[in-house]
Each structure stands twice: as C-alpha cells, then as structure tokens.
Write a protein that binds this ligand. Structure first.
Ligand SMILES: *[C@@H]1O[C@H](CO)[C@@H](O)[C@H](O)[C@H]1NC(C)=O
Ligand SMILES: *[C@@H]1O[C@H](CO)[C@@H](O)[C@H](O)[C@H]1NC(C)=O
Ligand SMILES: *[C@@H]1O[C@H](CO)[C@@H](O)[C@H](O)[C@H]1NC(C)=O
Ligand SMILES: *[C@@H]1O[C@H](CO)[C@@H](O)[C@H](O)[C@H]1NC(C)=O
Ligand SMILES: *[C@@H]1O[C@H](CO)[C@@H](O)[C@H](O)[C@H]1NC(C)=O
Ligand SMILES: *[C@@H]1O[C@H](CO)[C@@H](O)[C@H](O)[C@H]1NC(C)=O
Length: 159
C-alpha cells in the first residue's frame, strides 16, 4: 500500500506541473522552412496519401499540395495543414512582381518527387501567393498550422 503511493506521488506532481506550464508558457514560435515551390494542375485523386483515391482535394477547392522529404516524413505529413508565403522568384530574384503579399493554407495530400526539399502547390493555391506565368519556381517559406494524421487519415467531412 505505502510503496504504491511513493511511486504515484511524483507522477501526480509532474503532471500537475506540466499542466500549469502548458497554460502559462507562451506558444512556441512555429518552425519556418524555406522550400523551392512549383505548381501543378494535378487532380490529386490518386496520391501517396490517397493510395485508393480520394476526391478530398477537389471538394476542398484544391488548396492542396505535395511536399518532399524530410517534411513528408514517410507519410506522417499527410493531412497536415501548412501556411505558405512566397519569398522570391527563384529565377528572377530581382522581379518583385512575382510574389503576391499574403499567404495560403494548404493541406498536404501527396509527396513531391522533385529533389528535396520541394513543395508542389495546386495552381489554385499557387496563384494566391504568386503570379502564374513564371518560367521556373518560387522560393517560399512555410510553417505547420496543424499536424498530419498519416497516410490512413480520414479526410474531414465536407459541408
Ligand atoms: C532551390 O533550387 C536552387 C536551384 O536548383 C538551389 O540552388 C537551392 O538550394 C534550392 N533552395 C532550396 C531551399 O531548396
Ligand atoms: C471536381 O469539382 C467540380 C466542382 O467544383 C466538379 O464539377 C467535378 O466533377 C469534380 N471532379 C471530380 C473528379 O470530383
Ligand atoms: C514508411 O511507412 C511504411 C508504411 O506506410 C512502412 O512500411 C515503412 O517501414 C516506413 N518506412 C520508414 C523508413 O519509416
Ligand atoms: C519593385 O521594383 C521596382 C523596380 O525595381 C520598384 O520601383 C518598386 O518600388 C518595387 N516594389 C516593391 C513593392 O518593392
Ligand atoms: C491558416 O489557418 C490558421 C489556423 O486555422 C488561421 O489562423 C489562419 O488565419 C489561416 N491563414 C490563412 C491565410 O488562411
Ligand atoms: C506575365 O509575363 C509578362 C511578361 O513576361 C508580363 O508582362 C505580365 O505582367 C505577366 N502576367 C502576370 C499575370 O504575371
């Protein structure tokens, strides 16, 4: 009996302390990644995240993307939402008309196979942050808004 309490007490104290810390500590700054970014008009039906096909991308307005390793993390990133902002036109860094101010949230539904790191936005998402008629790619910054749920993730129900 007594030895049980000796074991339990430190655990209870630790849980209480970390809970208080969780409430008071400021949210950690998101990790910002820089990545070469292209666009695609793929329908994203059969992807690395949807091996059996899904209309999730279409139903969500195609604000989706494929991402390379290491972020893809063997599928762990599937279903994660990232916030993407255009930084510069990679081929014409002097052209400040390529990037459009603001950012876009996209859901990761595929892996991009370009040399990593890479990000392949659907055109619907790409044209929110950059003009379409670039010949190459843009450099963008992204951070994670919500984590992925893996390859077996269930797409959120559409309204
Ligand atoms: C983007 O691509 C260029 C040219 O291929 C390369 O030099 C650069 O390191 C890449 N940047 C990133 C962040 O991958
Ligand atoms: C994609 O969505 C559009 C409407 O936004 C619809 O007309 C089209 O049939 C859909 N395609 C697929 C493959 O679901
Ligand atoms: C990647 O995930 C697959 C299952 O989806 C698993 O079989 C494989 O072992 C994983 N590879 C690594 C390196 O984690
Ligand atoms: C973009 O570049 C042009 C020419 O170099 C310059 O006149 C203009 O002020 C720049 N615009 C912004 C928003 O930086
Ligand atoms: C991205 O999602 C976050 C969390 O839902 C939200 O606060 C933010 O306004 C969104 N950003 C854009 C550009 O939609
Ligand atoms: C496309 O490129 C041309 C010249 O290269 C430029 O004049 C035009 O403004 C661009 N259009 C868009 C939407 O970026």
């Amino acid at each position: 009996m007594a030895s049980k309490w000796i074991l339990l007490l430190p655990v209870v104290v630790l849980l209480t302390v970390s809970q208080v810390e969780g409430q008071t500590a400021p949210a950690p700054a998101p990790v910002v990644n820089t990545v070469n970014t292209t666009f695609t008009e793929s329908d994203f039906v059969f992807t690395k995240c949807f091996p059996f096909g899904s209309t999730f991308a279409n139903e969500s307005g195609m604000l989706v993307a494929g991402i390379g390793e290491p972020y893809f993390n063997n599928g762990t990133a599937c279903g994660s939402v990232i916030n993407v902002q255009c930084v510069t036109d990679a081929d014409h860094p002097w052209d400040n008309s390529t990037c459009i101010a603001g950012s876009v949230n996209v859901t990761i539904v595929d892996k991009c196979e370009d040399k990593p790191p890479c990000l392949n936005l659907h055109l619907n998402a790409f044209q929110i942050i950059a003009t379409r008629n670039i010949s190459g790619f843009i450099v963008s910054d992204f951070f994670e808004v919500s984590p992925g749920t893996g390859i077996d993730w269930t797409p959120p129900a559409q309204g």
